[in-house]
Design a protein around this ligand. Sequence first.
Ligand code: G4P
Length: 530
Amino acid sequence: MGFLDEIKKRRTFGIISHPDAGKTTLTEKLLLYGGAIQEAGAVKSNKIKKGATSDFMEIERQRGISVATSVLAFIYKGKKINILDTPGHKDFAEDTFRTLTAVDSVIVVIDVAKGVEEQTEKLVAVCRMRNIPMLVFINKLDREGKDAFDLMDEVEQKLGLQVVPMTLPIGMGHGFKGIYNRWNHTAQLFEGEQKQKKAAVAAFTELDDPKLLQKIGAHAHKQLRDELELIDGVYPPFDQEAYQKGTLQPVFFGSALNNFGVQDLLDCFIDIAPPPQPKTADTRVVLPSETTFTGFVFKIHANMDPNHRDRLAFVKVVSGTFKRNTNYLHVRNNKKLKFSSPNAFFAEKKEVVETSYPGDIVGLHDTGNFKIGDTLTEGDALQFKGIPSFSPEHFRYINNADPMKAKQLSKGIDQLMDEGVAQLFTLQLNNRKVIGTVGALQFEVIQYRLEHEYGAQCAYENLNVYKACWVVAEDPKNEEFADFKRVKQKFLANDKQGQLVFLADSAFSLQMTQDKYPSLRFHFTSERTH
Ligand code: G4P
């Protein structure tokens, strides 16, 4: 198969949802339909179970599992499907945001009874900002929930989307009888308990088929007919280009647990979802069809085995082919690196791979060279953009609690920051170190991992910070900037890249500072520099 055909057949996407909407179940069912697993229950949940004895112990356990589920790949009807796993827990939303830089589309799962929830809103907002094509799966139709049309209104209003229903439920809850698929004009009826196997369906291509009428009853039949008419009148027709540009979102209904509506989703998905997309770098846009290899690191998993300091860096191939034992330029360090055992992912296994194509994810064993956002290339020294550095919301001083282990502590902090667990700020005034995280849970994770992986002890001390702002002066030599640095010295820090950060202690002081120094720009995230 030619290079361009390899690109065309890849579909790399992520599934996002509020916890408990059914992301894990849907992922598993997609694998089941893809023939990658034989029965449900084979994919271990990577979510942090509620009520676990200790959240961070649970996280440790889950870290092991989540390496296996980071990328789930399988072949379905000639297409190579790469599902990139995203953590559901809100304290790890950061990982999800970074993974979203590596997907070409997403599936948003919504619980029919709960409707649009908080985490979904946040994640969809990020996808909208980046124009990522989105497809919506409304799950748990086997339970009583909201009316399909009300829910589509809610999706449009709360998520700011323009939807077009591709399937429509016939009944709901106890009366859930089946799905009408507008994509292939087929009514499919749900037959019996289907939890473990692929759903057995009775399919009707004619709406007027008397058997269909007989099975669902005159009332449901009329309702279906009316609703299909309503859809034609109210919703725009499906337009693949609009979907791929991120301006139109197809909606599907079903029950992941019962395998219902999942195949409709998957079959339509492989037809309409975009193949690997171009990606913007600092100097230009890189097309997947370019023959020289480029890729970037979007995730790092470290120290899975405490006896080896091994890390696995996940690289999305953007263009060209990635080959084993070939020298590539690591742009940030300006160093050539080659990899003797790059991993590809297949279902739940990883195996050494010779060649990977755009859209694929390669796992590279790393001894500490990589940071999130790093670019690898075969050609020009470009740097991919848009790998977000987040705005931390919780801040604490981190102190060394075991003076004999200062070196271990500093190395541990350094590596955990590279992995993207949190951000480190060093106060200019006294060199004290401050950790900023998105969720409070990360402090426990850091403490636990420093102790278990690096043999270092840390202690935290509270610090009152409202927000970290990256400060850019249009003219670094101007008097205003010098005044700012003098007056606010107590609140200034450097991030790991040496960029200037203002740690504002309240919304009020931030506002006052912005007003007083209009020539300075305050950013709430640090788009990576080198
Ligand atoms: P998440 O990854 O989005 O957090 O959700 P997950 O798939 O783990 O699903 C959350 C719960 O919802 C699970 O139940 C799961 O079985 C259930 N669920 C998923 N899809 C459907 C569906 O179509 N219909 C119904 N009725 N339930 C569904 P749980 O009791 O929390 O976990 P478990 O003990 O069943 O694993």
